[in-house]
Design a protein around this ligand. Structure first.
Ligand code: ATP
Ligand code: MG
Length: 236
């Protein structure tokens, strides 16, 4: 989990959004066009901005517990406001409501890598190298910033263009370094998609989250190349 809980949720969001994204309060700035997906964490919609008429994606998260006690919601917001990279999905606005938060981000027209592989079938080697190196660039940036993603699956790699992939879904992300970056903090959150989990997570002992990400990146490569994964399991 990423954060020490500070002040109220609203104040916390206002503070972290000073340089990135806008915080809006109960503003009907976006019109829902279609539903994209029912996520396990929140539903995702395609929306249109009332001001510039552009399309965006909106992840609507209804508060399940007191909002500032939801570490996954806070992880997602912290990462989207702090990680800025061409291969990481970009935040536009955060809209706070009484019982939910709407996260507005850039819209991935071609959705995700899992869908692409399902629909297009085997990908050419050149294409694989292109998209995989983008994923590695995005993840190298996260790891340098001390953030492990912890849920690297094809469904969480979004396609914002035919040749552009961006990493999304930071709910399980873990800040794995001390403030000064000198010390690695072991992770004890044994969550994620079992088929992509490193063996050390399955044994339920504290593990190094960035190393576990590297395992998941290997499974991801296997999926992109073979359209299949080596180990199939159920959610833990
Ligand atoms: N910015 C976006 N543009 C287009 N589609 C998106 C966007 N963000 C998410 N989606 C779609 O919605 C799906 C679910 O989003 P996300 O993974 O963030 O939610 P989740 O609640 O964590 O769901 P899950 O448990 O299925 O991972 C993605 O796999 C993708 O297909
Ligand atoms: Mg997801």
């Amino acid at each position: 989990m990423l954060l020490k809980l500070i002040k109220s949720f609203k104040e916390w969001i206002m503070e972290i959004c000073i340089d990135s994204g806008n915080v809006l309060f109960q503003e009907e700035k976006y019109k829902i066009m279609t539903m994209i997906d029912y996520g396990s964490f929140g539903d995702v919609y395609k929306v249109q901005s009332q001001s510039d008429r552009k399309s965006y994606a909106m992840k609507r998260i209804v508060f399940r517990v007191h909002e500032k006690d939801d570490p996954y919601l806070m992880s997602e917001i912290w990462c989207l406001t702090h990680l800025r990279h061409k291969n990481i999905i970009q935040l536009k606005d955060i809209i706070l409501w009484d019982k939910r938060v709407d996260i507005i981000m850039e819209y991935a027209e071609l959705q995700n890598l899992e869908k692409l592989c399902r629909e297009v079938g085997p990908l050419s080697l050149t294409y694989i190298l292109d998209i995989y190196s983008q994923i590695i660039d995005g993840m190298a940036y996260c790891h340098l910033r001390g953030v492990a993603h912890q849920d690297l699956t094809p469904g969480n790699i979004l396609m914002t263009g035919a040749n552009v992939v961006e990493i999304a879904d930071f709910e399980l992300a873990f800040r794995c370094c001390s403030e000064d970056g000198s010390e690695e903090i072991p992770c004890t959150d044994f969550l994620g998609n079992t088929s992509y989990l490193a063996p050390e997570l399955l044994s339920q002992i504290p593990f190094l989250a960035r190393s576990a990400d590297i395992w998941s990146l290997g499974i991801l490569l296997c999926f992109i190349v073979c359209q299949d994964i080596p180990y199939k399991g159920q959610e833990p």
